[in-house]
Design a protein around this ligand. Structure first.
Ligand code: C2E
Ligand code: CA
Ligand code: CA
Ligand code: CA
Length: 280
C-alpha cells in the first residue's frame, strides 16, 4: 500500500510538471501571439427585446495557436494577467473592437450600435488606461456611450478608491460600466450604489437554472428589482432556449445575448449581421 501511494504521488507530480511546462510554453508563445497576428476577436450580438433589435456586440478574444490550435480565453487570459501581457493585449482588444464598430456603424445609420469589451481587474492599475481609451474613441470617431466596459463584481467591489475614480472618469466620457457575471460574486450589494454602474449582466448559470428549478427565477427577480430601483439596465447572457427567453421576458429583462440568437461571429459575419438588420 505504501508503494502504491508513492507511485500515485509520482504520477501526480509528473502531471503537475507537465502542466507547469505547458504553461511555460504558452507563456512564451503568448508574448509573440499579438505581433504574429494569432489573436483575433469574435463578436456576439446583444439584442434589445420588444421589438427585437440589434443593440450591439460583445467582443470576445480568441487565440489561434500555430500548433496547439484554438486556446480558450479562460485559459490564456489568466496567463496574460500573471505576466502583465494583459495591458498590451487588453489595449489591442479595445482598439480593434472600436475600430470594427466604427466600420459597421456606417451600415446602420438609424441608431448607434454599442460595443462591450471585457476588462481585467489588472488593467485598472494602468495609470494611462482612461487616457488610452479616450484616444481610441477619438481616433475611431465613436462616442463614449457606444463603448461599454464589462468588469466583474469582485473587481468593482474589492477595488480601491482608485478604482472608483477610474470608473468615474469613464462615466465622464459617457462610457458605460457593466458588471459581468452578476450574482456569482457574493459581494455585499450594499456597496454597489457607491459605484457608477449602468448595467448588470446576469450570469449564464442563472439563465441555465431557469430550466431546472425556481432558484434561477428567484435570483433573476432579485437582480431585475435591484436594477430597476437603481436605474440600471439588465442583460441576460447564455440564453439557449425559447423557454428561457420567454421566462426572462416575463421577468422584465430587456437585453439578451446567447446561442439562441447567435454564437460569437467573426468580424465579416458580424458586419453582415448589421447589414441584414438594416434591411429588416
Ligand atoms: P464572459 O465575459 O462571461 O463571456 C461569455 C462567455 O459565454 C463567452 O465564452 C461566450 O462565447 C459564451 N457564451 C455566449 N453565449 C452562450 C450560450 O448561449 N451558451 C453557452 N454555453 N455559452 C455562451 P468565451 O468566449 O470562451 O469567453 C470566456 C471568458 O473569457 C469570458 O467570459 C471573459 O471572462 C473572458 N474573455 C473573453 N474575451 C476577453 C477579453 O478580451 N478580455 C478579457 N479580460 N477577458 C476576456
Ligand atoms: Ca463578458
Ligand atoms: Ca459573463
Ligand atoms: Ca464568465
Amino acid at each position: 500500500a505504501k508503494n502504491q501511494g508513492k507511485r500515485r504521488h509520482s504520477l501526480f507530480s509528473q502531471q503537475m510538471q507537465l502542466e507547469a511546462m505547458e504553461r511555460l510554453i504558452l507563456e512564451g508563445d503568448l508574448r509573440q501571439a499579438l505581433q504574429r497576428g494569432e489573436l483575433f476577436l469574435q463578436y456576439q450580438p446583444i439584442l434589445q427585446l420588444s421589438p427585437e433589435t440589434l443593440s450591439g456586440f460583445e467582443a470576445l478574444i480568441r487565440w489561434q495557436h500555430p500548433t496547439l490550435g484554438r486556446i480558450s480565453p479562460d485559459k490564456f487570459i489568466s496567463i496574460a494577467e500573471e505576466t502583465g501581457l494583459i495591458h498590451d493585449i487588453g489595449q489591442w482588444v479595445i482598439a480593434e473592437a472600436c475600430h470594427q464598430l466604427s466600420q459597421w456603424q456606417q451600415h446602420a445609420p438609424a441608431h448607434a450600435l454599442t460595443m462591450n469589451v471585457n476588462l481585467s481587474a489588472l488593467q485598472l492599475t494602468n495609470p494611462h488606461l482612461v487616457e488610452t481609451v479616450h484616444e481610441i474613441l477619438s481616433a475611431t470617431g465613436l462616442s463614449g456611450d457606444q463603448l461599454k466596459l464589462e468588469l466583474t463584481e469582485s473587481t468593482i467591489v474589492t477595488g480601491s478608491a482608485e478604482t472608483e475614480k477610474i470608473l468615474q472618469e469613464f462615466r465622464t466620457l459617457g462610457i458605460h460600466i457593466c458588471i459581468d457575471d452578476f450574482g456569482v460574486g457574493h459581494s455585499s450589494l450594499s456597496r454597489l450604489h457607491e459605484f457608477p454602474i449602468d448595467t448588470l449582466k446576469i450570469d449564464r448559470a442563472f439563465v441555465n437554472r431557469l430550466s431546472i428549478d425556481r432558484k434561477g427565477l428567484e435570483m433573476i427577480q432579485i437582480i431585475v428589482a435591484l436594477a430597476q430601483s437603481s436605474e440600471m439596465t439588465v442583460v441576460a447572457e447564455g440564453i439557449e432556449t425559447g423557454d428561457q427567453l420567454r421566462q426572462l421576458q416575463s421577468l422584465g429583462v430587456e437585453y439578451v445575448q446567447g446561442y439562441l440568437f447567435s454564437k460569437p461571429l467573426e468580424a465579416e459575419a458580424a458586419c453582415r449581421y448589421v447589414q441584414a438588420q438594416g434591411t429588416k
